[in-house]
Design a protein around this ligand. Structure first.
Ligand code: UD1
Length: 396
């Protein structure tokens, strides 16, 4: 019997997690994927361009929720998705990543008794000031099946009292996307179009509220980027959140005067073409920490912590701050390069996801629900005890 699977796509970082899974499910005779776009990201260059690059079809359902406060966005997605789930009840609901729409749809699915799967489960920054960390916690505690990218994620979930039967390590699906469109990335020639020599420039992205919403922090970052530009030409595709903040001050004109190339957000293939030719990335994104690890490109992450510690322990990532960025950049540019890849970051994650779903759907269903009530009790007991484990904090 064919099982219907709702796949939720919402914001830019979701699209490259959904695309390989959509393809793998569409190719499987026993599953039928149904794409639901919540509309959290809606601009042509934040959404449509990614669908085109990644070969995603037009979503079957478009919720058109758009921007708003966290409550407006989360509530809007819940109200709209509940209607879809009630009229087109799926056998499975798959949510990805850590955006507001992820937590919103996980809540709707759980309350309607639809089995929920979380792809990219178990990541923890231990920083509850990040909206994404709250979304991760909510989504993981509610989901029936937790698909993790790395062993630290498994450990985090186990330490929170989640039963092993609910966890499957599938690897990093972002790498599947990269491998799917690698030929297009390799021929896109974006560094050349910018007139930049391969290996002779840096890519910058910044959009975390902690970096761009507060003018004093943004000023510190603008100053240090201007300094860094003297060492290495920088290309900075600017996220809409950041564009608003840069435009509001004199920041934008200062960066431009210093020679930093400020450009619109780039579609996936063009962006990855830029990254593959870079000497280093300077970022606060989650996905870029992973992609640079896969490519062996030094990544300097302007954050106090990361929910992706494996990119530091087994990859090319390093946490930094405005005060240490120039020194860290110098070290990154002069150190010998080595590509180290965590296990199962191999481009075959989507296949493992489909296999796991099949195993859990078969005649001998793997136990998922009802959840053991002791699990919830243990969750609260262990939460404090494990605080600080399996995430990285910047050393001062
Ligand atoms: C969201 C996610 C974050 C993810 C990021 C990637 C949450 C809490 N945050 O943050 O995890 O890393 O997306 O981009 O879900 N905007 C546009 N056009 C768009 C989308 C947004 O102009 O297509 C504007 C909005 O009006 C808003 C700002 O950008 O003012 C921020 O958008 P929002 O979706 O709230 O959060 P992000 O910062 O993008």
């Amino acid at each position: 019997m064919v099982q219907h699977v709702h796949l939720i796509a919402a914001a830019r970082p979701n699209f490259m997690k959904v695309a390989p899974l959509w393809r793998a499910l569409a190719a499987a005779p026993d599953f039928e994927p149904v794409l639901v776009h919540t509309g959290q990201h809606y601009d042509a260059n934040m959404s449509d361009a990614f669908f085109k690059d990644l070969g995603l079809p037009e979503p079957k359902h478009h919720l058109g929720v758009g921007s708003g406060s966290h409550a407006e966005q989360t509530g809007g997605v819940m109200i709209a998705y509940e209607k879809v789930a009630l009229s087109n009840r799926p056998d499975w609901l798959i949510v990805v990543g850590d955006v507001n729409s992820t937590a919103a749809c996980a809540q709707v699915g759980t309350k309607l008794g639809i089995p929920v799967v979380h792809l990219e489960a178990g990541l923890r920054s231990r920083d509850r000031a990040m909206p994404e960390e709250l979304n991760r916690l909510v989504t993981d505690v509610l989901s029936d099946v937790l698909w993790t990218p790395s062993t630290d994620a498994d450990e985090n979930l186990r330490a929170e009292g989640i039963a092993d039967t609910r966890i499957t390590r599938v690897g990093n699906i972002m790498i599947d996307s990269f491998e799917l469109v690698r030929p297009a990335i390799e021929t896109a020639g974006v560094p050349e179009a910018f007139g930049l020599p391969r290996g002779g420039y840096g890519v910058v992205t910044l959009h975390r509220p902690s970096n761009v919403d507060e003018p004093a922090q943004l000023l510190r970052l603008v100053d240090v980027l201007i300094e860094a530009q003297r060492r290495l030409p920088l290309v900075f595709p600017v996220h809409p959140r950041t564009a608003k903040r840069l435009g509001a001050g004199l920041f934008e004109s200062r960066l431009l005067r210093a020679g930093v190339r400020l450009v619109e957000p780039l579609p996936y293939v063009r962006f990855m073409s830029l990254v593959t030719g870079a000497a280093a990335a300077i970022t606060d994104s989650g996905g870029i920490q992973e992609e640079t690890t896969y490519l062996g490109i030094p990544c300097l992450t302007l954050r106090e912590n990361t929910e992706r510690p494996v990119t530091i322990s087994e990859g090319s990532n390093r946490l930094t701050a405005p005060e240490t960025l120039l020194l860290d950049l110098e070290k990154a540019l002069t150190a010998p390069r080595a590509v180290r890849r965590p296990a199962l970051w191999d481009g075959k994650t989507a296949g493992r996801c489909v296999e796991d779903l099949r195993r859990r759907s078969g005649p001998v269903r793997l136990p998922m629900s009802p959840r053991d009530p002791r699990e919830l009790g243990r969750l609260h007991a262990t939460d404090r005890r494990v605080s600080g484990r399996s995430s990285y904090r910047r050393s001062s």
